[in-house]
Write a protein that binds this ligand. Structure first.
Ligand SMILES: [Zn+2]
Length: 324
C-alpha cells in the first residue's frame, strides 16, 4: 500500500507543502497497515469458522458426546446378552433343577419383581431424546438384571441346601446323559419312520453307532436285561423313589448285567445297537416316574450346562421325527 501524501500549511510561505517522510518511517507505516489488516481479517475468519463448525472446545465436546453414545449402545448390546444368559439360567433352574427336585418353580413375574414402575429416571429428560432414551433403558435394564441375578443366586442356594439334605435320593435319580452322542429326537408326538405315522415318542433318541458305550444314569438295580418287543434288546434299571430308566435297541449288555445286579451312576451297562423296530442304530432312552414315562430332557442336569440344555431343547422342538 502506498504511503499517502500529506500536506501542512506553511505560514511563512503561505502555501501547502507536502510532508516529507524518510524511508524508515515509510517501512514502519506500511508494516503497521499490513499487520492491522491481517489481524482484522484473521478475526473475521475465526468468527466465521466458529459460527459454522464450532470452537475447538465445542468440536472436542461433540466428539466426546458421540463416543459416549457409541459406548452406551455397546453397553445396551452387552446388557441384552447378559439378560439372555440369565433367562437361560432361570429356565434351566425351573425346568431342570426345581422340576426334578419337586421344588416350586419361580415364576417370570416373581423373577422380575419390583422392576420398572414409576418413571424414576425422569432426571435424564434434560438430555436430547436419543441420549435420554438410551440412558433410561440402560438404567432400567441394569436394575432388572441385578434383581434377576439376586433371585437366581438365592434359588441356587436353596437348591444346594435341598440337594445336600437329599443326597441319597439324588444319587438314585437319573441325572446324566446315558451315552456320549448328541440328541436326535425328543419326547412327545413324533413321526415314526418305520410305522410312517405320528405317535407318542416316550423318550429321547441319542446318536450312537453300534457298539457305543451306554452308562447307568443313576444308582439302582437292574430290573430287566433281555429282548422286549419293539424295544429290541432292552435294559431297565430300577432307581427306587419311583424312578426307572429304559435303554432300548442295544446290541449287547455289559459283563455281569442281569436282573438283580446293583449299578452306580456312570457304570457301563451295555452297548448300543439297532435291535427291535428302528430306522437305524441309536439309543432310545426313557425315564419313568411312578410308572409313567416323563421327559428325560429334564433329567440330564448333572452333566448339562444351561447352554447345552437350551441347545437340546431347540433340537427336540424342531425335529418332528423319531428314530423308532
Ligand atoms: Zn426313540
Amino acid at each position: 500500500m502506498a504511503l499517502n501524501n500529506y500536506y501542512y500549511y506553511d505560514e511563512q510561505s503561505c502555501e501547502f507543502v507536502p510532508v516529507e517522510y524518510n524511508s524508515l518511517e515509510r517501512v514502519v507505516y506500511t508494516a503497521c497497515v499490513w499487520i492491522l489488516c491481517g489481524v482484522v481479517l484473521a478475526g473475521i475468519g475465526i468468527s466465521i469458522l466458529s459460527f459454522s463448525v464450532g470452537t475447538p472446545a465445542e468440536i472436542a465436546l461433540k466428539a466426546e458426546n458421540q463416543e459416549l453414545i457409541n459406548q452406551l449402545k455397546q453397553t445396551k448390546t452387552r446388557i441384552n446378552n447378559l439378560d439372555q444368559q440369565v433367562d437361560q439360567l432361570a429356565q434351566t433352574d425351573n425346568e431342570m433343577y426345581r422340576s426334578v427336585l419337586g421344588m416350586d418353580k419361580i415364576s417370570y413375574d416373581e423373577r422380575q419383581a419390583g422392576a420398572g414402575g414409576a418413571d424414576v429416571y425422569s432426571e435424564f429428560d434434560v438430555y436430547s431424546q436419543e441420549t435420554s432414551e438410551i440412558l433410561k433403558w440402560t438404567a432400567e435394564n441394569l436394575e432388572t438384571l441385578e434383581r434377576s441375578i439376586n433371585i437366581q443366586q438365592l434359588s441356587f442356594k436353596e437348591i444346594k441346601k435341598y440337594y445336600n439334605k437329599n443326597q441319597q435320593k439324588m444319587k438314585h435319580i437319573p441325572a446324566i446323559k446315558p451315552t456320549k452322542g448328541i440328541i436326535l429326537s425328543g419326547f412327545g408326538m413324533r413321526y415314526h419312520p418305520v410305522l410312517k405315522y405320528r405317535r407318542q415318542h416316550d423318550g429321547l433318541d441319542f446318536r450312537a453307532d453300534i457298539g457305543s458305550k451306554i452308562f447307568a444314569t443313576g444308582d439302582g438295580t437292574v430290573k430287566h436285561a433281555g429282548l422286549k418287543g419293539t424295544f429290541g434288546r432292552l435294559l431297565i434299571i430300577d432307581h427306587g423313589y419311583g424312578y426307572e430308566s429304559y435303554y432300548a435297541h442295544l446290541s449287547s449288555f455289559a459283563k455281569g448285567i442281569k436282573p438283580g445286579t446293583k449299578v452306580k451312576r456312570g457304570d457301563l451297562v451295555g452297548f448300543s445297537g439297532a435291535s427291535g423296530m428302528v430306522e437305524g442304530p441309536h439309543l432310545h432312552y426313557e425315564v419313568h416316574k411312578g410308572g409313567k414315562a416323563i421327559d428325560p430332557l429334564n433329567y440330564l442336569f448333572a452333566d448339562t450346562t444351561p447352554e447345552e440344555y437350551m441347545m437340546y431343547k431347540d433340537i427336540v422342538e424342531n425335529n418332528h421325527r423319531s428314530m423308532d
